[in-house]
Ligand binder design. Structure first.
Ligand code: ADP
Ligand code: MG
Length: 245
């Protein structure tokens, strides 16, 4: 689904991603772990063209988003990135739109889907995340966990083949993380292909089939959760896990 090769990204003189390479296969649930500032968000944002890389290649579903530092045409970039949905730490809901309107806007405007079609989908997806009764509420009236579940439903409205989560529970009070992780877990059971940047090690261990550890702009090691959590090969991974677990 995703092949990244030698991806590089700098902000000015700050080298944030150094030769990052990895693959995500269909039905993978990849947990990305690593210290704050190590480049996890930049890596994820680069996949959906919220950041432009300075070198390397990103292929999504066998199409080149960027190849050896050269980007595809704007039209092609739109086409490729439209198959990926992103869920952010801070939800990024539109405050002046109701829950239902938040869900229905992009498929209407970007994909030109009919009102009937988007209404059918939003009702179905709000039911899926357990928020049918909040359709006409504004985001301000929702808890953080409810906001994040709306954000997940909104991402699903675009029928993505891949979902990317950037610390989806880091802004939540601890008692609200479970309801969000439960939704992601359900998506994993439905075989959605996902990359989840997370500090929730229990979740990573339980739900992911692959864990990748990033430190200082590089993936240091990757493996099955069992291997990564019980028998990491590198000192840096061990040191991180000792603090995180
Ligand atoms: P993580 O998500 O692992 O915490 P980030 O990808 O957010 O790491 O950030 C990696 C590094 O890049 C940090 O040093 C951060 O300050 C820097 N950085 C991120 N975004 C920008 C930006 N837009 N401009 C300048 N520096 C940035
Ligand atoms: Mg981050």
């Amino acid at each position: 689904m995703i092949q990244v090769n030698q991806m590089k990204k700098s902000f000015g003189t700050l080298e944030v991603l150094k030769n990052v390479s990895f693959e995500v296969n269909k039905n993978d649930v990849v947990a990305v772990i690593g210290p704050s500032g190590s480049g996890k968000s930049t890596m994820l944002r680069s996949l959906v063209y919220l950041e432009q890389v300075n070198g390397g290649s990103i292929r999504v579903q066998d199409q080149d988003l960027v190849r050896d530092g050269v980007y595809a045409s704007p039209q092609k970039i739109k086409e490729i990135t439209s198959k990926m949905g992103m869920v952010f730490q801070h939800f990024n809901l539109f405050p002046h739109l109701t829950v239902k309107e938040n869900l229905e806007l992009a498929p209407r405007v970007v994909k030109g889907e009919s009102a009937e079609e988007v209404q059918r989908k939003s009702a179905e997806l709000l039911a899926k995340v357990g928020l049918s009764d909040k359709a006409d509420h504004y985001p301000a009236r929702l808890s953080g966990g409810q906001k994040q579940r709306v954000a997940i439903a909104r991402a699903l409205m675009m029928d993505p083949d891949i979902l990317l989560f950037d610390e989806p529970t880091s802004a939540l009070d601890p008692e609200l993380t479970g309801e969000v992780l439960q939704v992601i877990k359900q998506l994993a059971q439905e075989r959605m292909t996902m990359m989840v940047v997370t500090h929730e090690m229990g979740f990573a261990r339980e739900v992911a089939n692959k864990v990748m550890f990033m430190d200082n702009g590089e993936f240091i090691e990757a493996g099955t959760p069992d291997l990564m959590f019980t028998n990491p090969r590198f000192e840096r991974t061990k040191a991180f896990l000792q603090k995180a677990l």
